[in-house]
Design a protein around this ligand. Structure first.
Ligand SMILES: [Zn+2]
Length: 1077
């Protein structure tokens, strides 16, 4: 070949464009490398015979069902739909003799997702059609065709959805009417050498453009690429060989020993539901993982990690042969189950116990099916990470953590890549955030270059993780990625790359890092703050499920451990609790609970919650029947009294509601200060005093008559000559103005006004809530720049005391939406309750309630899992500013020396405290990806609880707990119950900062039970725990219920001759005890 001198150093940008064009589609693809990629292709009869059967509606039938159906002829060009329908193709393919000696593939492009099945029903390979970067549509028929090939029959299951569901755009609502065109069904023989040159060039061309332009390797890359283009001739394929020699020479120069090391791991992030329902995820994981298993056969160095036990469980149920293949590949070390949790859950909203169950269920599954626990906690895509996670991860026998989501922060750049993450209690895990800033890397030189240039701790550790593979909708790594990785393993100019188990990376860092920086406390995500509020009913069901399951497990444990009493038989429904917790954990997936999934996903989760509520109610009923035996009455109508059961660990005095059907028996004199007939519904309101923690109190007409009147009766009255109303008991006096706002909140014993002059509380603020892009996800920083204060109207007295006083207020929001609220004060407490019922029909609006207090503090305290987190009330730095909306569980508290006010809630999470104004986010109205998000009726409650002392001297944790966990009322037919069943089952004394949170039967020993407690305020404690359930030994265990070596640190100490144990706590420590027979 003739060759002239190249002057490319004089025109590098022109040459870069030229070599880029060599790889591109479009107008040059008939003369560039693309023209050489396939030697042969045939389609249509007699080589390809196509038939199809379309499943009715949105059914997703099994293989066995589908193949028995009547198939009809089908052809390329035909369209299939609408969205979410399924179509099964039966394909008979005969490879022509002209393909002899060639690797031969079947190329089938439905422009949607599909699965190839063998004739005998084995799922073989997932396909993703269309023209996107995720496209893979090739099914290998043979690696070397013979002169005469037999006819092959196989099936392809076409799903009418793409990788990202059925929207035209990632976050848009789903289109129900999309049809997909079958655009190819052909037998092809790829030119393997041409493909190899294609992959060589992908690496070289990108090195030419992405390496520093002045570097020798950049010039060498450009020169090599240019030489290759000069040599290649599409009409003379013998030119490929010398072209490849040039490529190989360039790629043969090695890196230095000191080069950065990238540990590459394949993955396909599959959202368990997002722009598709759970049912589609079952098929997505099967498709994606089947594809990866095939790649593992062809690339022995390939390592692929997959998380979420739930997806494996679905696979086990629906694709057992695939599951077995995965188990085999896992033994070989290629398929890596990872993460240790049931799903990749949201980490802001689930309770502490929920996080524990995520790990317990997940780790159990991985151990059972893959022989080991996961030591890497894996959450690439969750919207912020609670400060209690390091402790929980450690207690789940893991110690490493991976994420990269904080690279999405839209205010501050997170300053670390590899660091020790220190949790609330001082536990730490080794955390790595991939410097390539993606979990869907494409294995291109640029990502390797970023792994170095964006690494923020390279002074201490010279390695990083690269997670590659198409994700979100699944799919996973493509063959081309593995080809590029092979070429980039050890090439001068790039870091070294090797495929590895993530554990290998973390171990290496642990062993070799000079030192590592640390980050203390939560990993707050500076984006997606609307996910604390969107899909508010879903969040409410989650909160209720968590507490209902808590009560049901505790009562079932008591009944199970004491079942000899009354001859009642009660078997702890272990399997059912596992099923229920799995469901709760499933719905905590990081696009479901946060509110960022499509409408279909919430119809599914609604059904799941209904199932949970029903089952829990049945279990609780059975457990109570066992505990209270004959005294229990199944019907409220003829009960003679009630057992009031307290499932929290401290004494409570509260108002209970005796149903209307029993009320008349309890009614004393209408003006008696012991009971009050409700004006609202005729029920009887009674003050029940001193119900012991984990104990029962009996009430009946006699005990009530003999009880003392409330010592803090409530009065409700209208201020003379004003539109304001006063709610007053012996503790506080509250003034509600004509707009329903709290104008004054006065602590009578402290003689302290809590509302600053001219300010008020319970101010409803309506915001224009239009984020930048992610509608259901984001409340943006500018939201607070403009809002409208809503005026309540029609304030009127509902209950006039003496047990309960309340006023109602109506708050018109717009022509379409209205909120009604009942504000109540009881005779038992200074707590002011707000019961809300809202009918909401807005477009991109959000509603908050705001309270301004005469309290000065630079920080507010918010409840998180098993503890609290303090966040600034000022905006000094951009890091403070970024926390303009934060997540809290049951309360937020603003305290100064000597006094504080807490805002409690029963299902809300979005909070903010700016200076001395606290707001609670009540509801939003995003339109995508669920166009119906939060439209309609909602009920929720919040409360104001003033307290003497700072937060840590208060009882806010307990008060918020009981705001969420009502006393249980159990109608009785007798007048008393056996003493043995009315005295407390447990007692916790000596440590008001310790909360007993969960009681359950042990996982592996039905004669043992588990008690989980935590230190809630951030101090040391020595708690005395007494159990009335029989046990002979007590052991400290982790959350997987394995004994913890406490090295005789004295944290557990049995008191002699008693069933009392003294438990020492460190601040925010979670302690799990196993009581064994
Ligand atoms: Zn995700």
């Amino acid at each position: 070949m003739q060759k002239h001198m190249s002057y490319l150093q004089k025109h590098p940008s022109i040459t870069r464009s030229r070599v880029n064009n060599f790889l591109g589609g479009g107008q040059w693809e008939d003369v560039n490398i693309k023209a050489a990629l396939y030697d042969l292709r045939v389609s249509g009869e007699p080589h390809v015979h196509l038939e199809v059967w379309s499943a009715p509606g949105q059914d997703r039938p099994t293989f066995e069902h589908a193949v028995k159906q009547q198939f009809k002829p089908a052809k390329v060009g035909q369209v299939f739909g609408p969205s979410w329908t399924t179509h099964w193709f039966r394909i008979r393919a005969t490879i022509p003799g002209s393909f002899a000696g060639k690797l031969t593939q079947f190329m089938f492009d439905t422009n949607s997702e599909a699965m190839v099945w063998s004739e005998d029903g084995q799922p073989l390979l997932g396909l993703t059609g269309g023209n996107g970067g995720e496209r893979h549509v090739d099914y290998l028929l043979t690696s070397c065709a013979n002169e005469s090939e037999p006819e092959r029959t196989f099936y392809i299951e076409m799903a009418c959805n793409g990788l990202f569901g059925n929207g035209d755009y990632h976050v848009h609502p789903q289109d129900r009417d999309i049809y997909y065109r079958l655009s190819s069904a052909e037998i092809v023989a790829p030119n393997q050498e041409a493909w190899a040159l294609f992959h060589d060039m992908e690496v070289i061309v990108e090195m030419a453009s992405r390496l520093p332009q002045e570097s020798p390797r950049s010039w060498q890359a450009l020169t090599a690429a240019n030489d290759i283009v000069n040599i290649f001739n599409h009409s003379d394929l013998s030119t490929i060989k010398p072209a490849r020699e040039i490529a190989q020479k360039f790629l043969s120069y090695k890196t230095s020993d000191a080069a950065h090391s990238v540990f590459a791991v394949g993955n396909c992030h599959i959202d368990t539901a997002w722009l598709w329902p759970y049912a589609e995820t079952k098929r997505k994981s099967a498709r994606s993982w089947a594809t990866q298993l095939n790649l593992m056969d062809d690339y022995p160095e390939y390592r692929f990690a997959a998380s979420q036990a739930q997806q494996f469980q679905w696979l086990l149920e629906n694709y057992p042969s695939l599951f077995e293949r995965i188990q085999k590949k896992s033994k070989d070390g290629q398929f890596i189950p990872i993460g240790g949790t049931w799903v990749e859950m949201d980490c802001n909203l689930p309770s502490g116990e929920s996080l524990v169950r995520q790990f317990l269920l997940g780790q159990q599954f991985f151990k059972q099916h893959f022989g080991e626990y996961c030591d890497v906690f894996w959450l690439p895509d969750t919207f912020g990470y609670s400060s209690q996670l390091p402790q929980i991860v450690r207690l789940a026998e893991a110690k490493y953590f991976f994420t990269q989501k904080l690279s999405w922060n839209n205010i501050n750049k997170f300053p670390h890549t590899t660091f020790r993450w220190i949790g609330l209690d001082g536990s730490h895990v080794l955390c790595h955030m991939s410097p390539a800033e993606t979990y869907g890397a494409q294995c291109r030189p640029n990502e390797l270059i970023n792994s170095v240039t964006r690494h923020k701790d390279i002074a201490y550790t010279n390695e990083s993780l690269l997670l590659f593979g198409n994700g979100d909708g699944g799919g996973g790594p493509l063959r081309s990625m593995l080809e590029r990785l092979r070429r980039m393993e050890d090439v001068d100019g790039l870091p070294k790359v090797k495929q590895a188990h993530p554990r290998e990376f973390y171990k290496h860092v642990d062993e070799t890092a000079r030192e590592l920086v640390s980050w203390k406390g939560e990993l707050y995500f500076e984006l997606h703050r609307g996910t604390y509020t969107s899909q508010s009913n879903n969040k409410r069901w989650n909160r209720q499920s968590e507490f209902l399951l808590r009560d049901a497990e505790m009562l079932s444990t008591i009944a199970h451990m004491r079942r000899s009493h009354h001859g009642a038989q009660f078997e702890y429904p272990h399997d059912e609790f596992v099923r229920l917790w799995r469901l709760v954990c499933l719905n905590q997936f990081h696009d479901v609970l946060p509110g960022s999934a499509i409408n279909m996903a919430y119809r599914d989760s609604d059904k799941i919650y209904k199932d949970i509520f029903k089952s829990v109610a049945d279990i609780r009923k059975g457990a109570l029947a066992c505990i209270y035996g004959d005294a229990l009455n199944n019907s409220e109508n003829d009960g003679t009294g009630m057992a009031v059961l307290n499932t929290t660990g401290w004494m409570r005095s509260e108002i209970i509601t005796i149903p209307q059907s029993m009320a008349s028996r309890f009614a004393l004199d209408k003006h008696d200060a012991r009971v009050q007939i409700s004006e609202r519904d005729g029920s009887a309101l009674a003050l029940v005093s001193n119900v012991p923690g984990f104990g029962t109190c009996l009430i009946n007409p006699d005990t009530l008559a003999g009880s003392k009147p409330a010592n803090s009766p409530v009065r409700v009255y209208q201020c003379a000559g004003e539109d304001s109303f006063v709610l007053e008991n012996a503790l506080v006096r509250v003034v509600i103005d004509a707009h329903g706002r709290v104008r004054s909140f006065y602590d009578l014993s402290e003689r302290r006004e809590l509302v600053p002059k001219g300010e008020s509380g319970n101010v409803f603020e309506l915001y224009n809530d239009v984020p930048l892009y992610w509608d259901a996800w984001d409340e943006e920083i500018y939201l607070r720049e403009s809002f409208k204060k809503l005026d309540g109207t029609s304030v009127a007295i509902v209950e006039a005391g003496p047990i309960l006083g309340s006023v109602s207020v109506k708050v018109p929001i717009s022509d379409d939406s209205v909120l009604t609220q009942v504000i109540s004060l009881s005779a038992a407490s200074p707590r002011l309750d707000f019961d809300c019922d809202i009918d909401w029909h807005e477009n991109r609006k959000s509603l908050k309630t705001a309270f301004t207090w005469d309290i000065t503090s630079d920080f507010a305290t918010y409840e998180t899992q098993y503890g609290v987190v303090q966040r600034p009330t000022h905006r000094n730095t951009s890091w403070d500013l970024a926390k303009f909306e934060v997540c809290a569980h049951k309360f937020a508290d603003l305290s100064e020396y000597g006094y504080g006010v807490a805002m409690l809630n029963d299902c809300k999470y979005g909070h903010s405290t700016i200076a001395n104004t606290m707001t609670l986010s009540l509801i939003r109205a995003p339109k995508s990806p669920d166009e119906h998000c939060d439209m309609g009726r909602h009920k929720f409650r919040y409360a104001i609880y003033p307290h003497k002392g700072t937060f840590s001297e208060s009882r806010v944790v307990q008060e918020a707990y009981q705001f969420n966990v009502p006393l249980l009322h159990i109608p009785l037919s007798g007048t008393e119950i056996a003493d043995a069943n009315s005295s407390p089952f447990f007692s916790v004394t000596g440590a008001p900062n310790v909360v007993l949170d969960a009681v359950k039967v042990a996982e592996d020993d039905k004669q043992s039970f588990i008690v989980r407690m935590y230190e809630a305020y951030g101090g040391h404690a020595r708690a005395l725990l007494t159990s009335r359930l029989h046990s002979s030994s007590i052991t400290k265990v982790n959350i997987l219920e394995h004994p913890i070596d406490d090295d005789g640190d004295g944290s557990l100490h049995m008191l002699p001759h008693s069933n009392t144990v003294e438990v020492a706590f460190k601040p925010f420590e979670i302690v799990t005890l196993m009581f064994s027979q």
